[in-house]
Design a protein around this ligand. Structure first.
Ligand code: NAI
Length: 676
């Protein structure tokens, strides 16, 4: 190799003539295939083509992994089909050239090897993975509303067969090195320290490629494909609707139509991808990805490096928060009033760790980090104290008065309160600036968002530390002001109360849920209320009703009085069997009103707009991110404000006027609509 003046690639040719292509993207902690990287790679491959070496090895100099994929930050630049086609043709030409090099090619994979990175590895003749659990391979494009676009649709299926290949593409799930070895995605899974030797061996010995068993190849036959596709479509339809998420269906269609001719399928992959990426779903899902990056950037850790968390209150929330922090590497002391409560948390944590960590040594280590601490000995050493006791301001204040003298001088106190203004809690503190809200959502392990609640007295540093801590436990921080309901509960409550209102009008419960599901919500509001717990809904709704136009339906109060609290008592709006709601069938002759969905969604949108007016969050983008990650709001719609934008605010204001006319002043359009 003559030229070695690349910004992102370092090239070494050893005495045996093997070229080692070290990928080390300039000014970035992660390797991504941005435009400049691909242009350099094109030049490198051109040179390799003209003078093939003994072998070529692709490897990464980044600790984070091999290649995380395409540079998604560049995606919004793609506005037209022609721009998309040009980018894809370029990526294809590179992967095709790698595949067609006359010498053996090897990808040495550690850490993340995803999306375009996986496709590059697939174009190599051999793949060797690090057998560490941190090594994750996959094609997650479906999560962005697209499918692989650098030849991965063809190469993945050809290599590991249709069931495993399409499963990887349709689910976007990560594949561990152990499984990758088993299904033939990699040739070897060995510790990273053996990678160099393994690559040399492979180049010199050129072992035969993995061959798919006959039964697996037969499923790709043109007569079998339509049958297999039918089954796959049925499976996909259970998870996503074609109208909302077209990409998995496009992927299946591509395979059925084209698999007999791989060259043709490569071409059609480009056509299919181009149609998807300029579509609304992909544009919105890309937006959601970028919003998550924006939230992550709000939690930059800087030099804040907390090590020890003390959690007080080991109930539903405190117990799960403690378990989660220990899972993410923190030493956690957990305090409550009885040993039984603490024991229950340890049992729950064990279940979580078994599911997440799998390896018994890692499970043991995580459990060792979670320390029951009935006397609160951990307080004096903790960097951050998370309070999750009863939702009662006086009880919380009493606790703060008791613990503050025992804390380290710069320790912060974070309350998980979902409704009490911080100004009511910090009055007792000698240093009120150290109190911040860390509002987690239930269930803690599933919900990605944490609201970072601040009031005028909270110091900026403390808010920043809380956000940084949130990133350290792998959650997304959203700064919000200490106003009733913060952002997420505030927009969710009118929507939930409207569903209770609809139920009170005799509309079949399943129909109410269906209206929300049809919009794209992950769960209907009635089932959601039952799942959260009707007592909790009532409590939050009552607190919010003191501050805003929200009436609490009597029916909800009565159900709570009766002890029908939802899933946790086996009965709420629905009866629950084995943790699942039994939804009564909708009577055949029932004619539903046509505005159920509008009533639900417009209450949520109207409240989101009111939150902007009250400056609960800084801007509409943060509101969109918070509402998507905090409520599950239909991600393919890109968030409430993106939806308002795409439907047109004037049309929606008109709709609110009509609803107000029909159903009353709770639908009155917030004045902030005019400012949008
Ligand atoms: P919970 O009733 O399940 O647990 C509270 C725990 O605190 C109990 O185990 C109790 O023994 C303990 N406790 C009370 N006073 C204590 C004291 N002085 N010292 C030590 N332990 C004490 O309550 P839950 O639902 O976990 O809520 C806790 C906090 O989290 C509340 O502020 C609530 O508003 C908030 N929250 C609750 C959510 C939920 O879905 N349950 C969601 C988000 C926030």
């Amino acid at each position: 190799m003559t030229n070695n003046n690349y910004k992102n690639w370092k090239i070494n040719q050893d005495n045996d003539g093997i070229v080692w292509l070290h990928f080390d993207k300039e000014n970035s902690p992660t390797n991504v295939l941005s435009k400049d990287v691909l242009h350099e790679l094109r030049d490198i491959i051109n040179e390799l083509e003209s003078k093939p070496p003994r072998g070529v090895v692709f490897l990464s100099d980044k600790e984070s992994g091999f290649i995380a994929g395409a540079d998604i930050k560049e995606f919004p630049e793609i506005k037209t089909e022609d721009q998309a086609r040009e980018a894809l043709n370029f990526g294809h030409s590179i992967c095709n050239s790698i595949e067609n090099l006359s010498c053996p090619t090897v990808a040495l994979i550690h850490g993340f090897c995803l999306g375009g990175g996986m496709e590059l590895a697939l174009a190599c003749r051999y793949r060797i993975a690090d057998n560490d659990p941190k090594c994750k391979m996959g094609l997650p494009e479906v999560k962005l509303g697209i499918h692989p676009g650098f030849g991965g649709t063809v190469r993945m299926i050809r290599l590991i067969g249709v069931m495993n290949g399409l499963d990887a593409i349709l689910t976007g799930r990560n594949i561990s090195a152990r499984i990758a070895k088993r299904i033939g995605l990699v040739n070897y899974a060995v510790p990273k320290r053996h990678h160099i030797n393994a690559a040399r061996n492979v180049i010199f010995k050129a072992p035969k490629p993995f061959k798919l068993p006959f039964w697996n190849r037969i499923l790709n036959h043109k007569r079998a494909r339509p049958w297999v596709a039918k089954l796959l479509i049925k499976k996909v339809e259970k998870k996503a609707s074609r109208a909302h998420y077209p990409s998995p269906f496009a992927m299946i269609d591509l395979w059925v139509r084209c698999y007999d001719d791989h060259q043709y399928m490569l071409q059609e992959e480009i056509n299919s991808f181009v149609g998807l990426i300029v579509g609304k779903t992909a544009q919105n899902l890309i937006r959601v990805f970028l919003l998550s990056e924006q939230l992550k950037s709000l939690g930059k850790t800087g030099d804040y490096n907390p090590k020890h968390v003390h959690v007080i209150g080991a109930g539903v929330m405190g117990g799960d928060i403690a378990a989660w922090c220990a899972l993410n590497g923190f030493k956690v002391t957990l305090q409550d009033r009885s040993m039984e409560t603490l024991a229950k948390v340890i049992k729950r944590a064990f279940g979580l760790y078994k599911k997440r960590l799998k390896d018994k040594h890692l499970i043991r280590a995580a459990l060792d980090r979670l320390i029951p601490d009935i006397k609160g000995d951990g307080l004096k050493k903790a960097d951050i104290v998370i309070e999750a006791i009863f939702e009662d301001p006086q009880v919380k204040r009493d606790l703060y008065a008791e613990i503050e003298p025992r804390l380290k001088k710069d320790a912060i106190i974070a309350t998980n309160t979902s409704s009490i203004p911080l100004d009511e809690l910090n009055t007792i503190l000698k240093k009120p600036e150290r109190l911040v809200g860390l509002h987690f959502f239930n269930p803690v392990a599933m919900m990605p968002l944490v609201e970072i609640v601040h009031c005028p007295k909270t110091s900026n540093d403390v808010s920043r530390m809380a956000a940084a801590f949130t990133r350290r436990i792998n959650k997304l921080p959203l700064p919000v002001t200490s106003t009733p309901g913060f952002l997420v509960n505030r927009v969710l409550m009118p929507y939930l109360m409207e569903s209770v209102e609809l139920a009170g009008e005799g509309i079949p419960l399943a129909l109410i849920d269906k209206a929300a599901l049809d919009y794209g919500m992950p769960m209907g509001p009635i089932e959601l209320a039952d799942t959260v717990g009707l007592d909790i809904c009532l409590n939050v709704a009552e607190i919010l009703s003191q501050h805003m136009e929200i009436s609490v339906p009597d029916r909800l109060r009565k159900m709570v009085e009766k002890g029908d609290l939802g899933k946790k008592t086996g009965k709420g709006f629905y009866a629950f069997k084995k943790g699942k709601p039994v939804k009564p069938a909708i009577p055949k002759d029932y004619t539903a009103p046509t505005d159920i969905q509008d009533r639900l969604i417009m209450r949520l949108l109207n409240e989101a707009v009111a939150c902007l007016r009250d400056k609960v969050v800084d801007d509409a983008d943060l509101a969109d991110g918070g509402i998507i990650f905090g409520t599950g709001f239909a991600p393919f719609r890109g968030g409430p404000f993106q939806y308002i934008d795409s439907r047109g605010k004037d049309q929606l204001i008109k709709l609110l006027d009509q609803l107000e006319h029909r159903h009353g002043p709770r639908f009155a359009a917030d004045k902030e609509w005019q400012q949008l």
